[in-house]
Write a protein that binds this ligand. Structure first.
Ligand SMILES: [Zn+2]
Length: 83
């Protein structure tokens, strides 16, 4: 299966992809995802590992998706070098 591309700066894509609880307040990290609402509402730290595609109901691991921003791939925006 090819990787799914998510345009982080596109409202349509942000609307389509949700955390396991159905929130759209998630953010990617280098190895998983994090949801602000989950972090505040539940007794968990908000980290989750599989993003849900509302269009199909499928779940995608962090490695299964390719995150892009207006300025390029997500990993490039934040980089791996410490600043
Ligand atoms: Zn959530």
């Amino acid at each position: 299966m090819s990787r799914r591309v998510i345009e982080l700066d596109e409202a349509v894509d942000r609307w389509r992809w949700v955390c396991p609880k159905g929130h759209r307040s998630w953010e990617p990290t280098n190895h998983h995802f994090w949801c602000a609402k989950c972090a505040s509402r539940y007794e968990v730290d908000g980290v989750f590992h599989r993003l849900r595609d509302l269009a199909t109901g499928d779940l995608f691991e962090r490695d299964d998706v390719e995150l892009r921003t207006e300025t390029g791939p997500y990993s490039d925006r934040y980089g791996r070098e410490s600043s």
